[in-house]
Design a protein around this ligand. Structure first.
Ligand code: GTP
Ligand code: MG
Ligand code: NA
Length: 279
């Protein structure tokens, strides 16, 4: 896209960290929801996608990843699909195996990271111990003379949240994130499933362009026509612009996570591309 078509877009932020360090709780605190309560065994097993509108009107899109060791691939994908990673470390537990794994995904993806030291309300919370442990993994936070931003938070007591969103927006500003909203949409499948009542569903993060009801698209070996777009609050919406996560209905089948969705001119073209890919 030529520069004159590019407009500022919200940052996409992936939340990563060891199991139970409070990633989903932190998102719940930011969104005013209670997703954790609905999770089986309190364990996140899929990638959640949300958009938060701050009091200032600024928007931030979030991808929540599981911390359980079984979900390495989802964490890798989360690091690749994002602008910024927020690494959540519980202040009473410190650096653990999936914290280290997350750091490695972040380094491989080459994305900037902000460290959220969570559970500061707990007895035994020790933020400086976390900062020192991070040094052993080549992560130097500002207080240690480095350039990685960190922030002390409590998802439970809802403290440090404004500071966290400020740091995210500051990092985003430096990155000058832009996309052209006025072109045929392209996005990445964050997750997909077959819903008994509604058929194949895909949660898509729009990268560029604007996705609208009625648009015809190809996604992996599947194609479709957008029957409905549903936002993270379960509301049906008319369109989704850059950085917006949205649930797409109207697919021919269930695509793969990580597949690229591209809007095309017409149904004939969509079938042609999907058929070709299926061979
Ligand atoms: P996975 O997605 O399964 O890896 O876990 P998670 O990182 O999303 O953690 P989750 O939000 O499920 O929280 C795990 C537990 O820690 C829950 O019992 C939360 O209530 C608790 N918790 C999260 N944040 C805080 C906090 O700031 N303070 C305290 N005291 N407890 C917290
Ligand atoms: Mg979780
Ligand atoms: Na959990």
């Amino acid at each position: 896209d030529a520069d004159e078509h590019l407009k500022p877009r919200p940052p996409v932020v992936t939340i990563m960290g060891h199991v139970d360090h409070g990633k989903t709780s932190l998102l719940d605190a930011l969104r005013g929801t209670d997703v954790v309560k609905g999770e089986a065994g309190g364990i996140t097993q899929h990638m959640g996608a949300y958009q938060v509108t701050l009091k200032s009107g600024d928007k931030i899109s979030f991808l929540d990843t599981p911390g359980h060791e079984a979900f390495t691939e989802m964490r890798a994908r989360g690091a690749q699909a994002t602008d910024i990673v927020v690494l959540v470390v519980a202040a009473d537990d410190g650096i653990k195996p999936q914290t280290i794994e997350a750091i490695n995904h972040v380094k491989a993806a080459g994305v900037p990271m902000i460290v959220a030291i969570n559970k500061m309300d707990k007895n035994g919370a020790d933020a400086n111990r976390v900062r020192t442990e991070l040094l052993q993994h080549d992560i130097q936070v500002e207080e240690m003379g480095g350039d990685v931003q960190d922030v002390e938070v409590s998802a439970l007591k809802k403290t440090g949240l404004d500071e966290l969103t400020e740091k995210i927006l500051l990092q985003a500003e430096i990155m000058e994130l832009k996309a052209n909203p006025d072109r045929m949409a392209e996005g990445i499948v964050v997750e997909a499933k077959l819903d008994k009542g509604r058929g194949p569903l895909a949660t898509v993060l729009v990268k560029r362009g604007t996705l609208r009801a009625g648009d015809i698209f190809v996604v992996g070996v599947e194609w479709g026509k957008v029957r409905a777009l549903v936002n993270d609050k379960g509301q049906t919406i008319k369109e989704a612009g850059p950085s917006m996560p949205v649930e797409v209905l109207g697919l021919s089948g269930v695509p793969q996570s990580g597949d690229i969705l591209s809007v095309v001119e017409n149904e004939a073209r969509a079938r042609e591309v999907a058929d070709y890919r299926q061979q």
